[in-house]
Write a protein that binds this ligand. Structure first.
Ligand SMILES: [Fe+2]
Ligand SMILES: [Fe+2]
Length: 266
């Protein structure tokens, strides 16, 4: 099921399949007939539509958030992030099945993948209401790098994807909500509020299973996190941090502050 999602290119088709597979998974769980966790080979990179064009981050034009085209560009970037997140969650499900995990691990990532699929569709609906669509603008090419860098390292994947990248979403989303609120774009505000509420869970799942694996291997979670982020994440973490939501998601300050980029910092 995961590989089927990863090898579907079109965004709406990918997310529809993702939601259908999540429903099947949870229906089986509820009926007491859990689906077996098998083995499959996820592709090195997920299938993606021909558009958007994927550019080096340096070549993606800078956005001016004070203008309508600037806000549209931000929304397009969010759609791109959500689609990437759908693939990231199905990829962690398929890629590390050699490591025996409790079934709750799969519940958490199937649920996350389902939510990312909903997020992508909500944001696409907003883009389409504005007469645009996902693919109309260029997008960052670097999004899959974290997955490639940690393709062989399960704990590295948990450290970098949910606990660094998705935690960063908690830092920046309130500002985005304010921006669209001030512009009177209510539909987008509603979509971002759904995203903000549900992303706390994804970070929490990352922290939960990272701590689980640290416990299994008798490792100190904070030291292990620092080592893995320094190995796989390029550049420091950018303050200001949303300390309250990070705490809610099981990320204490001594995990991220020592990795902060002091140049941009507070
Ligand atoms: Fe999301
Ligand atoms: Fe997420």
């Amino acid at each position: 099921m995961a590989v089927e999602v990863l090898t579907t290119a079109d965004g709406r088709a990918k997310t529809a399949l993702s939601r259908r597979h999540a429903e099947t998974w949870f229906a089986a769980r509820a009926a007491g007939r859990d689906l077996p966790v098998g083995h499959a080979a996820p592709p090195p990179r997920p299938a993606r539509p021909d558009l958007p064009r994927l550019l080096d981050p340096r070549d993606v034009p800078r956005r001016r958030p004070g203008t309508a085209p600037g806000r549209l560009a931000i929304l397009h970037a969010v759609a791109h992030i959500e689609l990437n997140a759908v693939d990231l969650h199905w990829d962690i499900i398929a890629r590390f099945t050699d490591v025996k995990m409790p079934i709750g691990f799969y519940d958490d990532w199937v649920k996350s993948a389902d939510e990312e699929s909903k997020h992508f569709n909500l944001v696409c609906d907003c883009l389409e209401e504005k007469g645009s669509h996902y693919g109309a603008l260029d997008a960052h090419a670097g999004m899959w790098r974290a997955a490639e860098d940690t393709a062989e390292d399960f704990m590295g994947r948990l450290a970098v994807v949910p606990m660094v990248l998705e935690a960063r979403g908690l830092d920046v989303t309130p500002g985005m909500i304010d921006l669209f609120q001030n512009a009177g774009e209510d539909r987008t505000v509603d979509a971002l509020k759904v995203i903000y509420a549900e992303e706390v869970g994804h970070v929490a799942y990352g922290s939960k299973w990272f701590h689980f694996l640290c416990g299994r291997h008798e490792m100190d979670p904070k030291d292990a996190f620092h080592d893995l982020v320094r190995r796989y994440f390029h550049g420091g973490l950018k303050p200001p941090f949303n300390e309250e939501k990070r705490a809610e998601a099981g990320l204490p300050p001594d995990f991220y502050w020592p990795l902060a980029d002091r140049k941009t910092g507070s």
